[in-house]
Design a protein around this ligand. Structure first.
Ligand SMILES: Cc1cc2nc3c(=O)[nH]c(=O)nc-3n(C[C@H](O)[C@H](O)[C@H](O)COP(=O)(O)OP(=O)(O)OC[C@H]3O[C@@H](n4cnc5c(N)ncnc54)[C@H](O)[C@@H]3O)c2cc1C
Length: 429
């Protein structure tokens, strides 16, 4: 892996002052915990470990926030990625309720970190999930009713097609679910704010330092090009970029690529027409579209994904048809940026938490819900390293299943499955 010294050309990278590169690891060091991966999972783990008194070294192959954490849609949704009715069927009501609470804790953990470390990340409030098929509208209405009555969650309401239309000019919508407990943010500003918090707490951060391999005996030893980190504990926080660092967990997730565009800044009138209340929005398609406005009035629209190692040559042209289907009035609007990122998904879309022996912990596969869940994962990983693993064990107990064929055969199987569901997006009502 050749370390990248810069961030991908996204609107996010263009809207922050480029941070100085932190020195790569040179020589051997000894510490309490080594964390591999400088996204939300790794940063949040490092912050929470330092607050518990551990010495921490974090290794990032490229730049802090270079992975999905610096490129995503910035939606901070409540609950888990799988819906509560499904979790109840799999695990029973009591466990589903505990998982719901952890989902709320995840949003609160983000809120707490933003406030505690004064992270300026364009923190907004409220999410509107719109039904893209008439059949999806009744399912959303049922879900809202279920959350209100069984979970006593009062921040959520069902909106009729007309009520959605008052808030957004979105086309092809049959109703919606408005969640005022959800938040949204500028993902790279959030990641860089966590980085500053970690540095202020005394975490040793090394950029452009890929971990090449590790061993775990009486101490864990992580090898890099020019040094080694010996530690009591190791946390793997590499998610969709894990590669072949740890084949025992690589087959639990599938790396997939997802894409976003940023338009030119829109007029005040267009902004209000598209998103009156400055919410985050998404639709109910299997290959989900999601969008929100940036602080400078651009539409940030995510749509389309692929399952290859390469991104499309022209990401703007790839995402534009999805955007125009929802907002045809943007036909003449210029696209200024288009970028992609890789995320880890699991078979059932619940995250994959676990241990490999007594000293190696990991969390991955947040399946598009990682802004809150990866942040929470960091808190739970730190607690587990500290010997308090109740919530970590609850998350690890949710079965996620390896992709059939593990790392070797997961591509053809997944691609066939994904294409099947994409076809259903097109055909079903
Ligand atoms: C386009 C896109 C849109 C998304 N939208 C949303 C959204 O709106 N809401 C939401 O909740 N989630 C969203 N997600 C998912 C979310 O971004 C991720 O779940 C989350 O950022 C995962 O954080 P992480 O720290 O686990 O992984 P990452 O942020 O990917 O970080 C992993 C890091 O590990 C490093 N690494 C890997 N291997 C090594 C190694 N051997 N040595 C050293 N470093 C290594 C990588 O360089 C990388 O920086 C989206 C993802 C993408 C790609």
């Amino acid at each position: 892996m050749t370390p990248d010294s810069s961030y991908p050309n996204s609107w996010y990278a263009a809207s922050v002052s480029p941070p100085a590169v932190l020195p790569s690891l040179q020589g051997d060091i000894d510490t309490d915990v080594c964390v591999i991966g400088g996204g939300y999972t790794g940063l949040s783990t490092a912050i929470h470990l330092r607050q518990l008194g551990f010495e921490v070294t974090l290794l990032e192959a490229h730049r802090i926030g270079w992975g999905a954490s610096g490129r995503n849609g910035g939606h901070v949704g409540t609950g888990q990625r799988a819906d509560q009715a499904t979790l109840e069927k799999w695990l029973g009501l009591d466990t589903a309720k505990s998982l719901w609470q952890l989902g709320l804790d995840a949003v609160q953990t983000v809120e707490h970190l933003v406030q505690a470390f004064a992270i300026d990340c364009e923190f907004g409030q409220g999410d509107l999930h719109v039904a893209a098929k008439s059949g999806h509208a009744s399912a959303l209405a049922e879900e809202v009713d279920h959350l209100q009555t069984v979970y006593h969650y009062s921040q959520i309401q069902y909106l009729s097609k007309q009520a959605v239309g008052e808030r957004t000019s979105v086309q092809g919508c049959y109703g919606g679910m408005l969640d005022l407990g959800a938040r949204h943010l500028h993902p790279l500003k959030y990641a860089l704010g966590l980085k500053r918090a970690a540095m202020a707490l005394g975490v040793a951060l090394h950029e452009q330092t890929p971990a090449i391999r590790y061993s775990a005996d009486s101490r864990t030893v992580v090898h890099t090009a020019n040094g080694r980190v010996k530690s009591r504990f190791l946390v793997l926080a590499c998610n969709g970029y894990l590669g072949d660092l740890e084949p025992r967990i690589a087959g639990n997730i599938m790396p997939i690529n997802n894409f976003i565009v940023a338009t030119e800044p829109l007029s005040e009138t267009l902004q209000r027409q598209i998103n009156r209340d400055k919410l985050s929005l998404s639709d109910s398609l299997f290959i989900i579209n999601y969008w929100k406005l940036s602080a400078d009035g651009r539409l940030l629209f995510g749509g389309g994904e692929n399952y290859r190692s390469r991104f499309p040559h022209d990401i703007g042209a790839f995402v534009r048809p999805h955007m125009l289907k929802r907002y045809p009035e943007l036909e003449q609007t210029r696209i200024d940026y288009g970028w992609g990122g890789t995320l880890g998904i699991t078979m059932n879309r619940m995250p994959d938490f676990g241990r490999i022996g007594p000293s190696v912990f990991y969390a991955q596969g947040f399946s598009g819900h990682g802004v809150p869940t990866a942040t929470l994962a960091g808190h739970l990983l730190a607690q587990a390293v500290n010997g308090d693993s109740e919530d970590f064990d609850l998350m690890s107990s949710v079965p996620t299943h390896r992709f059939p064929g593990g790392t070797l055969l997961r591509w053809p199987g997944l691609v066939a499955g994904m294409l099947f569901y994409a076809l259903l997006d097109k055909l079903s009502r």
